[in-house]
Every structure is written in structure tokens, then in C-alpha cells.
Design a protein around this ligand. Structure first.
Ligand code: CTP
Ligand code: MG
Length: 236
């Protein structure tokens, strides 16, 4: 337990529709080794230094998450299950509203069940040292920019490219302020796809990238399932 005024909360995002997975069951609730994908993040964060957790989910899934996941597996650190919104940033913003007592928040995608205690620990350390951090790994692939007809128009220098993951951790008041500013922007210039971007575009603190893990994949499309299962099995 961290001292009062130093509370660390994990915000676990599970309010997406999983459209790219094209499955009947939303990807965060699909079973892997007989447990729902969301279970694995909650289990790993439960055993970490975070003080409590808030799960953000779709209104229609709140009962299921409360009963079949939080209660069933006894995740006592889960302080609240709250309703998310249409876009990922809406869900984060909803979750941030129930973290007013927290000094730091770790924002994590439920779709990344392979997050480890090590990465969580580094993220927390990073938040204390830098106020704004994102787990990331150096890109192994060459990344190109294409035009609308898919012709390559530019190749970014690989040594500068990082694949960004979650958790991303922030000093609470600073990320809240950045989100408030984003919400008030009626003409956003960019499509917001992660929390670091909200801080980069609307906040006052530079985001430090800290080392994630290549196994910390985001389950997004069908071919990610066997891969994630293989990593999970290997750990057991
Ligand atoms: N998420 C969320 N609320 C949203 C959208 C996404 O809480 N409105 C969560 C997802 O549940 C997931 C994480 O954010 O854990 C990362 O998003 P992504 O991988 O894009 O998941 P989905 O949006 O569900 O999938 P897709 O984009 O394929 O529809
Ligand atoms: Mg999405």
C-alpha cells in the first residue's frame, strides 16, 4: 500500500467493440486457457504495487464483469466498474472521473493480457521519475508512409521508431487536465489513438518511453489469439 496522497490506480479498459476481431464474443471476454482475456490483466495488476483498479466496460457488460470476473475470481482491488464511451479516449475520460483520490494512474488495455509484473513495475517507477510514461519496444520492422493509393512516399528511420504499448502511466492531475483540454477542442488535428498522444497534444509534460516487452501484444485480429495463447501456456 502506498502512503496516503500517493495512491496508484490502474484503469483497465475493456469497453471496446473489437470490430477487427470479427468474433461473436468481444475479444476482451473471449476465453483463453479457460479464462476471459480480461482476467489476465486483472490478475497481474492485482499482484502488483497498484493500490486499486477501475475497470471500464460497456454498459451492457457491467453486470457480467462484476459477477463473472471481479466477484468470481475475487479481485478485491477492483474498486469500481464504470461505463465507457464510444471511442477509447471517451472510455479513458470516463475512468479518470473515478480516480480523483489517485496520485498516479496506469492506463492499460484489457486486450493486452500478457502484461507482466516487470513492465508494470517499470511503468510505476517511470511515472514517479518522469510524470508521463508509455511502455514501448523498438520497431523491428521498417515503417513506411503511404499515400491514398498505397504508394510508398517516405520511409521513417527505424532507429527512431518505437511500437507503443500499454500500460501508460501519468501523474493524475496532469493527464486529467490534458483530457479536459482535448474534450474542449472542437477541431482536433489528429486522430487520438493513445493516452501519450493526449499528453503530447494537450498536456505540458513530455512523455518518456520506457521499455515494454515484445510479448505484450494487443489482441486485435484473429491471428493474435493463437500467439497470445502460446505465450500464456509457456508461462504456466
Ligand atoms: N476500448 C475501450 N473503449 C472504447 C474502445 C476501446 O475501453 N470505446 C478498449 C478496448 O476494450 C481495448 C483497448 O481499449 O482493451 C484497445 O482498443 P482496441 O484494441 O482498438 O479495441 P477495440 O476498439 O475493442 O477493437 P477495434 O478497434 O478492432 O474495434
Ligand atoms: Mg479500437
Amino acid at each position: 500500500m502506498n502512503t496516503a496522497g500517493n495512491k496508484i490506480t490502474a484503469l483497465i479498459l475493456a469497453a471496446g467493440k473489437g470490430q477487427r476481431m470479427r468474433s461473436d464474443v468481444k475479444k476482451q471476454y473471449m476465453l483463453m486457457m479457460e479464462k476471459p482475456v480480461l482476467y489476465y490483466s486483472l490478475d497481474t495488476f492485482s499482484k502488483s504495487e497498484v493500490d486499486d483498479m477501475v475497470v471500464v466496460t460497456g454498459t451492457e457488460d457491467m453486470d457480467y464483469v462484476e459477477t463473472e470476473i471481479v466477484k468470481r475470481y475475487g479481485f478485491e482491488k477492483v474498486r469500481a466498474v464504470v461505463a465507457g464511451g464510444r471511442e477509447r479516449y471517451d472510455s479513458v475520460y470516463a475512468g479518470l472521473q473515478s480516480c480523483t483520490e489517485s496520485a498516479y494512474v496506469l492506463i492499460h488495455d484489457a486486450a493486452r493480457p500478457l502484461v507482466t509484473a516487470d513492465v508494470i513495475h517499470r511503468t510505476i517507477q517511470g511515472a514517479r521519475d518522469f510524470q508521463a510514461v508509455a511502455a514501448a519496444v523498438p520497431s523491428k520492422d521498417t515503417i513506411k508512409i503511404a499515400n491514398e493509393e498505397n504508394y510508398a512516399v517516405d520511409t521513417l528511420p527505424r532507429k527512431d521508431l518505437w511500437i507503443v504499448q500499454t500500460p501508460q502511466a501519468f501523474e493524475y492531475r496532469q493527464i486529467l487536465a490534458a483530457y479536459e483540454k482535448m474534450k474542449g477542442d472542437s477541431h482536433p488535428r489528429k486522430q487520438i489513438t493513445d493516452d501519450a498522444m493526449v499528453m503530447e497534444e494537450y498536456g505540458n509534460t513530455r512523455v518518456k518511453l520506457i521499455m515494454g516487452e515484445y510479448e505484450n501484444i494487443k489482441i486485435t485480429t484473429p491471428e493474435d489469439i493463437p500467439l497470445a495463447e502460446m505465450f500464456l501456456k509457456r508461462r504456466m
